[in-house]
Design a protein around this ligand. Structure first.
Ligand code: 0GY
Length: 296
């Protein structure tokens, strides 16, 4: 029997987020968000490390419209393991306005990959965060990377800053575009120009196939809401240095948030602080995600 009940073990997502003061440009993409369940329709993975709150596709579309966005990139989270049915269901009901990033095992068949592609999947996620997942061995990941390459997919990687030195060579050998979740989760109590964050900057600078999501101030901040001011210098640094290789997303419904319930409206108001000009905002919210996810 699972050690989990069906009760979420993190705070429920915000039921009445504020209306953002910032208006995103036309066609803006929320490029990092999730759908969870509903658990009675799409059961959570037995091997999961947490149980999420249900967060349905219809609730995601409602949030998208409320915040002033047009499209979503839905990222498979560990609580659904490599069972992408909830993701595929959302993509199939998105009228083409959502694309996806799946999680697959080494045993995935080419036919399954092609079905995922037809539904709108354009990438796979490799998760190295130890509290979330028991990562697959490097050779399995390498073999998945080789197999998704010919579909034109990219790889999304999730890790924490202290793990980067040991993962660096594996990452830089990956044969596709690689998108890093949440700027590699820097410890924002350390300086932007210190060795830890500068290793991530070096990865981005020396490897032009690397992109970064400038996401999740609510997870990274020690200062907390509503401004998440201590995250701004990190995200701004990445947007300034690599304006054509950055993505932004809400991270709704914010799995595993235990410190506070993020207000999605305030997260949207974070955008102009990290991308202060209309030109940077257009790249971050429209041009870059469209190039990566809606080429076809
Ligand atoms: C995120 C962050 C988290 C969870 C997952 O796959 C996941 O379970 O990504 C986290 O707990 O930091 O991007 O959703």
């Amino acid at each position: 029997m699972s050690k989990f009940t069906m009760d979420a073990d993190w705070l429920h997502w915000h039921q009445s987020p504020s209306k953002p003061a910032y208006t995103p440009p036309a066609g803006a993409v929320d490029a990092h968000c999730h759908v969870f369940g509903p658990g009675d329709q799409f059961p959570f993975a037995p091997e999961r490390k947490y149980t999420p709150c249900d967060a349905s596709k219809d609730q995601l579309w409602a949030l998208r419209d409320y915040l002033g966005f047009s499209r979503n990139v839905i990222v498979q989270a560990t609580c659904h393991g490599a069972d992408n049915r909830a993701l595929v269901d959302a993509l199939n009901h998105s009228n083409g306005m959502a694309r996806g990033v799946a999680t697959v095992k080494g045993s995935v068949t080419n036919a399954e990959l092609e079905q995922l592609h037809a539904a709108g999947v354009r990438g796979v996620r490799f998760n190295f965060v130890k509290r979330l997942v028991d990562a697959l061995p490097f050779d399995s990941l390498q073999s998945i990377a080789e197999r998704i390459k010919h579909l034109g997919w990219h790889i999304v990687i999730y890790f924490e800053a202290q793990e980067l030195p040991e993962l660096y060579d594996f990452f830089t050998a990956l044969p596709t575009t690689v998108v890093v979740d949440h700027m590699g989760r820097p410890d924002v109590s350390k300086p932007v120009d210190g060795p830890e964050f500068q290793l991530f900057v070096k990865l981005m600078r020396e490897h032009e196939n690397f992109w970064s999501k400038v996401t999740c101030p609510e997870r990274l901040s020690l200062a907390g809401p509503p401004d998440y001011g201590d995250v701004v210098p990190f995200a701004r640094h990445i947007v300034d240095a690599f304006p054509d290789r950055v993505l932004w997303g809400t991270d709704w419904p914010h799995p595993n948030m235990k410190s506070h319930v993020p207000d999605d409206g305030k997260l949207v108001d974070f955008i102009p602080k990290i991308a202060p000009t209309a030109e940077l905002q257009q790249k971050l919210l429209v041009d870059n995600p469209m190039r990566l996810y809606w080429q076809d």
